[in-house]
Design a protein around this ligand. Sequence first.
Ligand SMILES: NC(=O)c1ccc[n+]([C@@H]2O[C@H](COP(=O)([O-])OP(=O)(O)OC[C@H]3O[C@@H](n4cnc5c(N)ncnc54)[C@H](O)[C@@H]3O)[C@@H](O)[C@H]2O)c1
Length: 332
Amino acid sequence: MSRLRLGWIGCGTHANEMLLPQASRLDASLAALCDTDERRLAATASRFGVARTTRDWRELVAYADLDALVVAAGPGVHEAAAHAAIARGLPVFVEKPPAATAAAAERLAQAARARGVPVVVGFMKRYSTANRIACNVLRSADFGETASFLGGYMTAPTYFSGDPDYTGFYLHHCVHYFDLVPHLMGEVASVGARRHELAPGKLLLHVDFRFVSGAIGTLVLGTHQSRGTPMEWWQVMGDHRRVEVRNVHEVRYYRAPPFKFAKAEASLVDGEDTLVWEPNLTAAANEDHKGYYALLADFVAAARGGANDAPSAADGARAMRLMEAALVEEGL
Ligand SMILES: NC(=O)c1ccc[n+]([C@@H]2O[C@H](COP(=O)([O-])OP(=O)(O)OC[C@H]3O[C@@H](n4cnc5c(N)ncnc54)[C@H](O)[C@@H]3O)[C@@H](O)[C@H]2O)c1
């Protein structure tokens, strides 16, 4: 089978530093690149050796020799280009957010469903190796009922400094966890948020979840921490069990060991003491800590018509719907 020929829209920071470098590892080739910015387009084409370029994404989507489309350019372009791809039956990967509003994301999901075209959304946090390990632990029969989620996903005021318009924070940052949380915990019955603004551009949100299962959750999101420190941590508790992921790379699974102080033979016991997983960072190339490679590999599989459970347009619409519901509740 020949390599999947990708048309690519968006040659910005994320595409250049995170997504395009994965392309050479995939069973795919870059057939054409598009960006409105001539300088970025030329630099990216040179860097990744792509001969055909255009500044008009509509022209690119119309190229007859494409097998699939990738869009990493911002919510408006994601939505419009994805609709164009669906209309011509071209599988499409769109970065998050899939659109600027929940209603627009829902229309995209409906179009994908109606035409049966694979649309994969860039929720790579599901694919981070540590998150996958932890998610599989809490879905195992051994873990039992998931009672609660607690987690934090912070960023710095860098992008928002002095800017009380937090739209970019919601759309480009928060939306990840409005996908990850239901992915871990199941469907959400209700969601709300409380806010505290330390200063313009420095916002703190506590998001409150009630899940259909009866479980509860709290997610802390904010723009007031240094990006020079770890930004993510989450934990799911069950009955005498909890699994947690620190800084996207360390997994701990706590169970119910007895105290050890009175035991001369105290040791580490299979099935009851804590399991810890950390990657070998010396061999980092063998791992996929942030999940970009695994997500794009699933997209390639989806584009070839194979079975996959990649985040879909419907998942994108759910994340946007939950995020808007939480923000509306607090009048944000
Ligand atoms: N999943 C992740 O971890 C992750 C991380 C960073 C960014 N992102 C997402 O990727 C997207 C891009 O982010 P970025 O940081 O690369 O932004 P960026 O501004 O660096 O890049 C966007 C690029 O798209 C181009 N562009 C804009 N409108 C266009 C159009 N109509 N036609 C063609 N090109 C157009 C711009 O010229 C620019 O080069 C955003 O939606 C962002 O949320 C995802």
